[in-house]
Write a protein that binds this ligand. Structure first.
Ligand SMILES: [Cu+2]
Length: 115
């Protein structure tokens, strides 16, 4: 009887942890954000700024200038993501990079800014 009880406990806790895992997975969100940039080093810079807890995937496309980002909304917001990108010199649809930071970008990365 004792063995049966411990088996039950194991099965139950397994079910609970699987459920928690499924919930964390379901809470991740994928969104596309417009991010201005030019080249491969821009891509590395943009994606590098997003290597933080809460962001599981970040992929910026040089041609479309769109960033596809997968994140956990419980840990980071879309706004915070855009702020991080602006902080390294890239304008986003919502935040503009500081002029001083933009000025320090290498020549090849000086994308045309929106007015
Ligand atoms: Cu660049």
């Amino acid at each position: 009887m004792k063995t049966l009880a411990s088996i039950l406990v194991i099965v139950l806790s397994l079910a609970v942890s699987t459920n928690i895992f499924a919930q964390t997975k379901a809470s991740s969100k994928t969104e596309s954000i417009k991010v201005w940039g030019n080249c491969e080093s821009c891509k590395a810079r943009i994606e590098g700024a997003l290597k933080v807890d809460g962001i599981s995937k970040a992929d910026w496309n040089e041609k479309t200038q769109m960033l596809k980002v997968t994140y956990n909304p419980a840990k980071i917001t879309n706004d915070a993501i855009q702020k991080r990108i602006a902080a390294v010199g890239h304008d986003t649809e919502k935040y503009k990079a500081d002029n001083k930071v933009y000025a320090k970008l290498p020549g090849c990365c000086k994308y045309e800014r929106k007015k």
